[in-house]
Design a protein around this ligand. Structure first.
Ligand SMILES: Cc1cc2nc3c(=O)[nH]c(=O)nc-3n(C[C@H](O)[C@H](O)[C@H](O)COP(=O)(O)OP(=O)(O)OC[C@H]3O[C@@H](n4cnc5c(N)ncnc54)[C@H](O)[C@@H]3O)c2cc1C
Length: 373
């Protein structure tokens, strides 16, 4: 029987980041992934490494994670866009929130940029009615499909990590990880199964008030050669979505106005962001529908609302949408992470909410340190 120091279950970004953190410390690591390649939240997202959205208490982990992302990608020869982010501002109440955030929030390093400076930085920003933007240089964009596809091979080549894909794990018990092809022994098992709450230790997941969140996403064809989006873009709706802005007292007025003017955006949990991939496409999203069991059918109405709002703040040379999909992640009403040790030598380690790409490497480093590996 093969023996490993660490067995990771789940080949999404959280599993990959745990494998990296353990392998860097010289551990013999195996990753089990149910599919032939990861097809979950980690390939369906924007690829935004987005410290500006994090609650203040998660910011240090987010910045550390961003630095780890950079060094992994550089070492693996994979691209990332070091462009920072802009929250474009068109309304007075949005400007009030942004100004309050800039003056009261420590550590984010964000500042107010007047419209002319924004337009010099972003060829996509719609100049009509633009008042300015919240600028932050901390955000980077990775290509989620590329990095999730390539990083397992990099881990094998660089650290001799064993990747066993197309191999669902059926059970974990007493240091044995069992699949249809037999068992391996591992001193420490780490379960990074994303929003799969039913396969392993279902009783642990069932004790938590977990739900799933479904997000609709779109992508354009590649933009013309040489045209760059510049900073990843968000706008007023996003200010009411991320915890970073919740400390701003002025947010309540903005939320009231959005509910009065455009309740449909609240109904589907829509806020709108855009990022560029390494192939020049623009990824645009998203919406948020919450339930434990989510229907697989997408709603054209949601896509239309997202695009209408997007085209209010951004202009692209080629705005035609060529791909649509949805993604799902795990959510918890009051925990940023689900960390449970259901038996000795086994840890469930999951990032809940829409921040797993951002926090993956920082979170994994913390977990591996905590486990004394
Ligand atoms: C549309 C969308 C947009 C998002 N945008 C961003 C963003 O821009 N920035 C950001 O920070 N976060 C973003 N997120 C959140 C982020 O994508 C997730 O938090 C993150 O990808 C979770 O990674 P994961 O590895 O836990 O889950 P997953 O990627 O879902 O991976 C879990 C893996 O475990 C495998 N698995 C489960 N059970 C077993 C088993 N028994 N045996 C073997 N394998 C198993 C599954 O097959 C799956 O591949 C977004 C999410 C979505 C859906």
């Amino acid at each position: 029987m093969q023996e490993f120091d660490v067995a990771i279950i789940g080949g999404g970004i959280v599993g990959v980041a745990h494998a990296y953190a353990a392998a860097r410390r010289g551990k013999r690591v195996v990753i089990f992934e149910r599919d032939g390649r990861a097809t979950g939240a980690s390939v369906r997202n924007f690829g935004m490494i987005w410290p500006i959205g994090l609650a203040a208490n998660l910011l240090p982990m987010g910045l550390r994670s961003r630095d780890l992302w950079r060094s992994v990608l550089d070492d693996a020869g994979l691209p990332h866009l070091d462009t920072g982010s802009l929250h474009l501002v068109y309304r007075e109440d949005e400007e009030t929130v942004v100004q309050q955030f800039v003056t009261t929030s420590d550590g984010y390093g964000a500042r107010w940029l007047p419209a002319a400076a924004v337009l010099a930085m972003s060829p996509a920003a719609n100049p009509e009615g633009l008042r300015g933007a919240l600028w932050s240089e901390n955000e980077i964009t990775v290509d989620p499909r590329l990095v999730t596809g390539e990083l397992p091979g990099y881990l094998t080549e660089k650290f001799d990590v064993t990747c066993r894909f197309s191999e669902p794990v059926r059970s974990v018990s007493g240091g044995l990880v069992t699949t249809a092809r037999g068992s391996v022994r591992a001193a420490q098992v780490i379960i990074c199964s994303g929003h799969d709450f039913e396969s392993l230790y279902p009783e642990v997941f069932a004790r938590e008030p977990l739900r799933r969140c479904k997000l609709q996403m779109m992508r354009t064809a590649p933009q013309p050669e040489g045209w760059q989006l510049g900073p990843a873009l968000a706008a007023g709706l996003t200010l009411r979505f991320y915890p970073a802005f919740r400390g701003c007292a002025s947010l309540a007025a903005l939320e009231r106005r959005i509910e009065e003017e455009t309740p449909e955006y609240n109904r589907w949990g829509i806020h709108v962001m855009a990022a560029q991939t390494s192939m020049g496409e623009i990824t645009i999203g998203d919406s948020h529908e919450y339930d434990l069991t989510l229907m697989p059918f997408d709603k054209p109405e949601i896509d239309e609302l997202i695009l209408k709002y997007f085209l209010g703040f951004a202009r692209l040379p080629k705005p035609e949408i060529v791909q649509r999909w949805h993604g799902v992640y795990a959510t918890h009403p009051d925990k940023h992470f689900l960390v449970v040790d259901p038996e000795p030598g086994v840890r469930i380690a999951s990032v809940t909410g829409g921040k797993g790409m951002t926090l993956s490497f920082g979170f994994a480093e913390k977990m591996i340190g905590e486990l004394g590996l």
